[in-house]
Write a protein that binds this ligand. Structure first.
Ligand SMILES: Nc1ncnc2c1ncn2[C@@H]1O[C@H](COP(=O)(O)OP(=O)(O)OP(=O)(O)O)[C@@H](O)[C@H]1O
Ligand SMILES: O=P(O)(O)OC[C@H]1O[C@H](OP(=O)(O)OP(=O)(O)O)[C@H](O)[C@@H]1O
Ligand SMILES: [Mg+2]
Length: 279
């Protein structure tokens, strides 16, 4: 059985569980369960703190896991990223009291608070900046106001936590992070199936199916608007001057594409959701 590590708490846990459920796996009914077997799908899930997942997977105790790229890099684990999962997106940035810092070198000799000392320490070493790292477990943005650090390095999503503490970001982006699938043994049988199923969920979330009728004379222009993933499906209609087209379109572009097709002369433009996909 493939042994899969899943975040039990925090920002990644809900979406990770939803994706696995959409991918056909059974989830835990008891939210406090630490592991459950899913023999029908040949897998067993272990619910762990997202920060610990890279350690379990890197040691070989578990075969594959879902965690954040930032947590993987911070851990120093030998597990590697095998797929990006397109959720839990964040950037990792330095921040200081508004107007105090403008570039990375301003940090020389200062105290920097973070929950990710591995990630931040490596980044600063690569840029030859010497600081004293202050390791905190969370709520790092309070560290400057409370006087235990001069600056922070932390996850930024909307930026509202920073702003509320009178901080502003400065210096280069330390990392663009998102949820990732990790493994130390990507050759294991079963990982390919898990990866394809999760990819199918992402495709079903990100794309819609668009059907429309268009005059044959406009087909080339229409398929330039909807090239599909590989190539759109073209079907004949009873009226031989027209054809029907079916193509996948990015969900976020649905209405712009419909407007463009309509303006071109396409009609009967229909959009449907994709329930599941294996591309
Ligand atoms: N506000 C956010 N928006 C998007 N992703 C986030 C956000 N906060 C954290 N993350 C991402 O979630 C992952 C783990 O963060 P999470 O907050 O779940 O763990 P934690 O801080 O160790 O645990 P907890 O906050 O429950 O103590 C990281 O990859 C991080 O980049
Ligand atoms: O840019 P924002 O949208 O404000 O989000 C970023 C905040 O979210 C996370 O905190 P979390 O809730 O995980 O608490 P923690 O600091 O205790 O980990 C992160 O550590 C930042 O503090
Ligand atoms: Mg957190």
């Amino acid at each position: 059985m493939l042994r899969i590590a899943v975040p039990n708490k925090g920002s990644l846990s809900e979406t990770a569980a939803e994706m696995l459920s959409e991918a056909g796996y059974s989830g835990r009914r008891d939210p406090r369960a630490l592991n459950i077997a899913d023999p029908r799908n040949g897998v067993e899930f272990f619910y762990l703190r997202p920060r610990d997942i890279a350690t379990y997977v890197g040691s070989g105790a578990l075969d594959v896991g879902i965690t954040g790229r930032d947590l993987l890099l911070d851990s120093g684990s030998t597990a590697s990223e095998i797929a990006s999962l397109d959720f839990g997106g964040s950037t990792f940035r330095f921040a200081g009291t508004t107007g105090t810092f403008s570039e990375l070198s301003d940090l020389e000799g200062k105290r920097v608070a973070t929950s990710y000392p591995g990630l931040v320490g490596n980044f600063l070493a690569e840029h030859s900046v010497n600081v004293t790292l202050v390791k905190l477990d969370g709520a790092v943005e309070s560290a400057v106001k409370l006087g235990v650090a001069d600056a922070v390095a932390d996850v930024v999503s909307t930026g509202s936590t920073l702003r509320a503490q009178g901080l502003e970001i400065f210096g280069p982006v330390i990392l663009e992070s998102s949820a990732v699938l990790i493994s130390a043994r990507s050759d294991l049988p079963g990982i390919g199936t898990l990866q394809r199923r999760l990819h199918g969920v992402l495709v079903a979330r990100q794309y819609v199916l668009m059907d429309y009728d268009v005059p044959v004379a406009l087909l080339e222009a229409a398929t330039a608007i909807t090239p599909g993933l590989e190539s759109p499906t073209i079907s004949p209609l009873q009226d031989t001057d027209w054809v029907a087209v079916r193509a996948m379109v990015r969900r976020t572009e649905t209405n712009q594409v419909m407007d463009q097709l309509y303006d071109l002369g396409a009609r009967a433009i229909l959009v449907s959701s994709i329930h599941a996909a294996r591309i």
